[in-house]
Design a protein around this ligand. Structure first.
Ligand SMILES: [Mn+2]
Length: 291
């Protein structure tokens, strides 16, 4: 069993506390199977990844103090039940102080976390990397389905940046184009440079703190094949990495998740890319916080 993110002993830990929370929830996925195996695959792959980032010249094990929490297995029920259970668990924590790195599981894990942070930060902004807009009012009878997660976040009145979205219906497209105050889309067919994107994002969110929700399928399936609903034409690892470098120093990051990873038998590419994508966010943000 792989119980510690990056296999870190407590003796070699860093400054900024990060709760790593595995939530292997798979209740409403539409097509491909296996997001319930995402958290364990990410933890396992993390044992093979160097904590030192040569590009940023920073060592994540000296930067962050990772504490991996027990797997949160939802006993039964649909995504409404998941929301309640996650909400109850989070009520033991302080959104002003506790940084969660949540490992999904399907995308329905995000709403309880955003709800948690939004109680402390009513002006919270969400940066979503995803192939899907997830703006449906409800899906398969539930307003808490993975396909509705951004609609629920929009109901909270929060600003959202949607990066990499390329699979949506006409209704979602119209909702985005009629909501310029609330939604900033960065479509992959019209992608600015990472630097331009970061300056547009900063202008859009102002001084708001940020929550990052990273759906694996926001990346291109050539580098992230392990996802239930692969969509070609996604973001590249390099573009995303350079976006974070252009964003920070910048807005406060309060928490993040990585979801919808569905590991493929016989390959560790997807979970390794997932770990690197997570570490790049944390290393870029926390190393520049100290500057
Ligand atoms: Mn998605």
């Amino acid at each position: 069993m792989y119980n510690n993110f990056l296999d870190l002993e407590s003796s070699e830990q860093g400054t900024f506390p990060v709760h790593v929370w595995p939530v292997p929830y798979q209740g409403t996925v539409s097509f491909g199977d296996g997001t319930k195996n995402g958290p364990e695959a990410i933890l396992k792959a993390s044992y093979q990844i160097e904590p030192y980032d040569p590009e940023l010249d920073t060592d994540i094990s000296r930067l962050c103090f990772f504490k991996t929490l027990p797997f949160h297995r939802v006993s039964a029920g649909g995504p409404g039940h998941l929301y309640q259970e996650m909400k109850d668990y989070l009520s033991n924590f302080d959104p002003g102080r506790d940084f969660f790195l949540t490992l999904g599981g399907e995308h329905s894990i995000t709403y309880p976390l955003v709800d948690f942070y939004a109680r402390k930060y009513p002006d919270l902004a969400v940066i979503q990397l995803d192939a899907h807009a997830d703006l449906r009012p409800e899906f398969e009878g539930s307003p808490y389905s993975h396909a509705c997660v951004m609609a629920r976040i929009r109901d909270l009145g929060l600003k959202t940046v949607q990066m990499g979205i390329r699979s949506l219906d006409k209704g979602e497209s119209l909702l985005i184009s009629s909501s310029p105050e609330h939604i900033l889309p960065l479509y992959p067919w019209d992608l600015p440079t990472p630097e331009q994107a970061a300056s547009r994002v900063k202008k859009f969110i102002g001084t708001s703190p940020v929550y990052v929700s990273f759906d694996a399928d926001g990346l291109d399936p050539s580098i992230m094949p392990g996802t239930g609903t692969p969509e070609p034409g996604g973001l590249s690892y390099g573009w995303v990495k350079d976006f974070w470098k252009a964003l920070w120093p910048g807005p406060r990051l309060v928490g993040m998740d990585f979801c919808e990873l569905s590991p493929l038998p016989g390959s560790v590419v997807s979970e390794s890319v997932a770990v690197k994508s997570i570490l790049k966010i944390l290393a870029t943000y926390f190393s520049r916080l100290r500057e």
